[in-house]
Design a protein. Sequence first.
Lengths: 541, 714
Amino acid sequence: MSRTTNDFSEVHFQIMWNRMISILEEQALTLVRTAFSTSVREAGDLSAGVFDRQGRMIAQAVTGTPGHVNTMAAAVPHFINDIGVERIYPGDVYVTNDPWKATGHLHDITVTTPVFIGEELIGFFASTAHVVDIGGRGYGPNGREIYEEGLRIPIMKWVERGELNQDLVNIIRNNVREEDQVLGDVHGLAASNETGRRRLLEMLDEFDMTSLEHLAAFVFDRTRKATLAALAPVAEGTYRNEMRVDGYDEPVDLVVELTVTGEGMHADFTGTSPTSAYGINVPITYAQAYFTYGMLVALAPELPNNYASLFPFTVSAPTGVILNAEDPTPVSVRHVLGHFVTDLCLGAIAPALPDVVPAEGAGALWNFQASARGADPADELPPVEVLMFNSGGTGARPSLDGLTATAFPSGVMTMSAEATEQIGPVVIWRKEIREDSGGAGTYRGGLGQVIEIGPIDGYQLEFSAMFDRVDNPARGRAGGGDGAPGKVYLDDGTPFPTKGVETVPAGRRIVMELPGGGGFGPPSGRDPQAEKNDKDQGYVS
Amino acid sequence: MAGGGVRIGADVGGTFTDIVIELADGSLDSTKVLTTYEGPEIGILDGIGQLAEANQVDMADVDQIIHGTTLATNALIERRGAKTALVTTEGFRDVIETRTEGRFEQYDLNIVLPTPLIERKDRFTIAERINARGEVLLPFDDGAAARVISTIAERGYEAVAVGFIHSYRNADHERRFRSLLLDALPDISVSISSEVSPQMREFERFNTVCANAYVQPLMASYLFRLQSELQHRGADCPLYLIHSGGGLISVETAAAFPVRLVESGPAGGAIFAADLAARFGRDRVLSYDMGGTTAKIALIEDFTPQTAKTFEVARTTRFKKGSGMPISIPVIEMIEIGAGGGSIASVDALGQIRIGPHSAGSEPGPAAYDLGGAEPTVTDANLQLGRLHPDTFGAKTITLSPEKAASAIDAKVGGPLGMSADIAAVGIAEVVDENMTNAARVHAVENGKDLAGFTMVAFGGGAPLHATRLMDKLGLDELLVPPGAGVGSAIGFLRAPFSYEALRSLYTRIDDFDFVAVNRLLEELTTEAETFVRSGLAAMSASGANPADPAGPADVELVVERQVSMRYKGQGWEIPVRIGAGSFDGFAAEALGGTFTKAYEEFFGRAIDDLAIEAVGWSVRVASVLPPVAVTEMLGASGHAAITGQRSAYDPVGGEVVDTAIVERESLAPGVAVNGPAIIVESQTTTVLGAHHQAVSQADGTLRITRNARRETS
């Protein structure tokens, strides 16, 4: 048998690349199990990555949220810059929740841990998770400036040379409502980085390596070539798309101009509506994440996220548009518009990829976030917070129907109605497929769902409405029909405003009809068998 | 007349039916026959006939036949069940279709979600509602029930699944519907969710009751047919089934709750490993089973396999979590990945070698089988590396072709990567080993365990080829390769106790503990589980098959284990906490909080002060007491094995091809040592030792493999 050193190092690099991804998945799994936030648990709203000493991401765990795709990758260079290379010591841990330097709103805490071999800095681990509370007004769009949205932790040391920063612990403890859970999560992030750090060092020892440079170069080189090859099917040129969505107090126009070159894809959001007075604004790094996710899912679904696969996707926008919110604009619920960026950008490249890009879908989630309070203040019933994630239909695909009541681009999952009722004083009377809500087409849009919820005896529900696609339904593609718009009303038929704080009185129910996805291709082209099945199953009346 | 001391285990798998016979003197013999799809009992009866004849056993001397089967699983995967209707609460018709509302694959625009087992047109609703505390919010609508029942009659459904919201707290409405249905249609098969799976979370529970109803007519008819055929042939002994939790149940219980038979084969494998662990006194064991298409890994502590309350069958995509059907019943917990001898190697867009999840199966099989397979598989790589050899490959009916293996590896992996076939084979073997290692680590992390100090038990045709490499990669110090590796599950069946785990959801908080409800629930669960176990024991005792038990089943000592799943308020993931006997009072509730805190610390390394603690699900497992196992001391090396040949084989640690000794496993007397590099061959599998491994044959034929210090790094 012949043996050449190059061949073996090839195999070793492959093994190490796999191993790093596995280490990160272990980290992410532990975080999901210990985290207190519902959105971490049900939506996988977390991430974990390993970086080289320059802060370039080598690998990232595959988690539920595209929102962390570029945002976390971009965070680590900020850490290096703000801490200063000369102040990075073995035994340190850093933290921030800066929306513009990390993942887009104060509720996400990012923790970064340097990795040393001896005195030599070789890289970093970083992880991010959504926490249950960050002080301020609480989670919602009602803050008028970032200052109202909660505690902002600049990039700083959580631990220095093994010593916990007790002052920072005290500051957090005094500024958030659920201090044990929030501090528990920060400790959890630090512990998960520590696990990663140890596992990485074991691996380097096993393969007799003392730096990540060669491995990083191998990963970046392979990925860069594969990414550029994957982009090749999109002809060079400029592509445009516009999408109007309901917004908060007024409709929002999202506009993109995509420029495709041999080197990558650039999204420019000029023409998009200006920032809102409410916390629905989006830091551009977050818009970049959903743009990149859309392009990767369409063109390179098999490629892992790392510096080289993300590098070709760049963004720009004039300051002050809603997809480039600047400090101190409020950004708390940046995901609502952020989620539409994927459909916006996919729509732009649809002409170049007619067999790939689906019709528009419901896009934003229809989260039901309510505070249950005693209907009669004299009763002194304990207040309880209720949160449910609910999804409408996705757009039909060029060769498949859309998905019924399924999240896209978010990776969120819904909660069990029984589990929700165990915890909160609500009764979910109905959670069922919404018939006739998918856009007609050769391939039908995914159906939305109908949800009916009321408080249990003695309670009323105050909920923070944030429902989109009521005035602007998901559009069909290639001749397919639009999905049904959403509706929200009281059980007697009185419509609710779709934004702002509203009340479901005692003994009454709210009815939410979630939007369907758009259809693909002309309805006349639909397979008669599929049409018959839709009728038989009651998907279409 | 039974009482002859002979026992038979029969494991019906997808390809083979394995039969093991244990004779009165405790010795074992086994055979493999092809699974007969049209009537699985035919294969079983043939296999039993062969073994009985070979061992001169009269069927009347058989005391017990223990059976596990993938028939229920296959019926679910292939959708070959009964015409089934689901009857559910108004407003919840689509729970099994909308699933979690998530996508199991984040990066696939063309994702196809699993089709619900029961189509929407076959799902009916009735106005009724129970709340989270089990109180009636909306009374059961008899009129609506009557209308649904007449539709069921008109449309000719064979089976009905009933799942109402919160029925795990109050089953009255489900029972009411069942009795109305049976009044009208006495012969219909009906399953209710409060009996099949009384656990909170409607998607999982409804899906489980649907699965049970769907396979019930098929399984009941098969089981009773098998039983009568066996009796017809003179085996007048009881027939028992292995359930997914790894215990025995009667044919009657199995026919009523056939969903409990799903995954019974793999459960047998875990019991096989647990029995070995007990015999050698190893209290922390990683069981590793590798066959043709998948590898399965389970954790066994204190000689008991870890269990879970829910799992997924019929995954449609790459064994990916979320792509199958959830079944919530007690099950031996294991992780299964697409890594078997037949798993296909390929090169992806990044130039990375990938293994599986596609498998060449047994037809066309690996390229080396020369049956038309052109894709390189793990088996082909093992052949290329000298670990397998045409002369010593166990399956006599298959002749391996090294040329076909080499050219497939060259064409699909070596060529694209610019590597020789040898190096490409190294890559394939290393990647599949790494995949299995990563899966084992992730599984350990999921269970809050650190694998340091675990002993690996390797069985299944493929595992001993890869086990020493996994042992190195995981940093384990001891590996056991028991004899009978190819029929481990069927042997495991013979080592299983009668057991039944009853469980139910009941939500309460430590600081506001509902003593009355918890105590009543635990009592009910204990009674339920005991009833099932005693009914199995009664059948055995009636047949006189258990001379050790002349007193009769009522007095038999039973093991009762009670468990509760707990979490901090706000978390969605619960951890299991063992609870002792006795009922709860204020003091016991507080102590339970302390036990949870300790368990949490063990799981995640730290506890959290001042947070409310919740209990969510309760379970009681009742099992018969197995005869005590004498712990065998491990033998040290006291002699060296006869080397029957030499072969060039690749050593992954040194990274080079070395002269490797060939040793016949059958020739190894107790205490005989084999020093690596060596290959130990036998008909069922091949065990590979690296240069730094030593194997010592034990009294029962188990190979105990250890590593020399600090040579494991590569």
